[in-house]
Design a protein. Structure first.
Length: 94
């Protein structure tokens, strides 16, 4: 049975589907299949925007890729535990 909370969550998540790089894809399954087929056969080009085309600094994009690993290496064991406890408490509080 759908509750009001389920309906609200569905409304939040029923947006236009996007690919892994944020590009828009057709919402209809059949239209999406046709698009994939055209990309596979070379009828249309699969355009994936680059961060530079979006106006982002390439150096900042490179730093963002290694952000989590660099942060984990910089943090001490005690601080990581503290962050993990806080995150777990936040998840369980919901």
């Amino acid at each position: 049975m759908l509750t009001a909370k389920h309906i609200q969550n569905m409304a939040k998540t029923s947006r236009m589907p996007r690919g892994p790089k944020g590009e828009k894809r057709p919402a209809d399954v059949n239209a999406r299949a046709v698009t994939v087929g055209k990309i596979a056969t070379g009828d249309i080009e699969d355009k994936r925007p680059t961060p530079e085309a979006g106006g982002k600094d390439p150096a900042a994009v490179a730093l963002g890729r290694k952000g989590g690993k660099a942060r984990a290496a910089a943090l001490g064991k005690r601080k990581r535990k503290e962050i993990a406890r806080k995150a777990a408490a936040s998840r369980w509080a919901k």
